[in-house]
Design a binder for this molecule. Structure first.
Ligand SMILES: Cc1cc2nc3c(=O)[nH]c(=O)nc-3n(C[C@H](O)[C@H](O)[C@H](O)COP(=O)(O)OP(=O)(O)OC[C@H]3O[C@@H](n4cnc5c(N)ncnc54)[C@H](O)[C@@H]3O)c2cc1C
Length: 173
């Protein structure tokens, strides 16, 4: 019995029917399954260990747990490629300000995947993607708000100065 899948797959009483349900060419799937079944060598199936059930003549070989697919019901699951992490990204400093030609931008901040697709030199640490997005997202958000406040205050100051200048010009005229 297969482990419970995350996404529902297809179940059928024949390989041809399964192919149709999966949108595959029934003849091509039947051919692939027949070739796989013919390559399976007799052995003692033992799932918890690296057993001696293997294929011959297939590339790549299935080196363990190879058993002919000859008993209904048949199950099929559509596989789709996905990108878990990108690799490299925009350079940022400790405030998450994006660097351009070695200079920290005063008003562009980055966090998460765009900032450091793969911070791990090797291997995989569970939760690193979400942790990175959450921790640096908080910093980037705080700094972006600080920059917005700063530029907003500067704009108000410029407007105030312009108004004073206009008023002074009017008084002189
Ligand atoms: C299949 C899979 C499994 C994963 N499993 C794990 C795991 O178990 N643990 C873990 O830590 N990490 C995991 N990751 C990685 C993790 O999901 C990512 O590192 C993380 O979600 C990145 O967060 P982010 O906020 O940087 O980017 P995203 O989550 O990609 O957020 C970017 C957002 O920007 C939006 N957006 C894009 N363009 C625009 C635009 N022009 N205007 C407005 N919005 C826009 C997008 O719609 C999206 O909502 C997995 C990733 C995948 C794909």
């Amino acid at each position: 019995m297969p482990a419970p899948p995350v996404f529902p797959g297809e179940k059928a009483d024949s390989i041809g029917q399964l192919a149709t349900q999966l949108g595959l060419d029934p003849q091509a799937l039947a051919h692939s399954i027949a070739a796989f079944n013919a390559a399976c060598q007799p052995g003692s199936f033992n799932h918890p260990v690296l057993d001696d059930c293997h294929t011959t003549g297939l590339a790549p070989a299935k080196t363990h747990w190879a058993r002919p697919l000859d008993t209904a019901p048949y199950y099929g699951y559509a596989l789709k490629p996905g990108i878990t992490f990108t690799y490299l990204g925009m350079k940022v400093n400790a405030q998450c300000a994006v660097h351009f030609k070695g200079q920290a931008s005063p008003n562009l901040f980055a966090a998460g995947e765009i900032m450091a697709g793969n911070v791990l030199g090797k291997g995989y640490s569970a939760g690193v993607g979400i942790t990175r997005g959450t921790a640096f997202g908080r910093i980037a958000g705080t700094e972006a708000a600080r920059a917005a406040r700063y530029y907003s205050a500067q704009k108000s100051e410029i407007r105030a100065q312009a108004a004073i200048k206009t008023a002074a010009t009017g008084a002189t005229a």
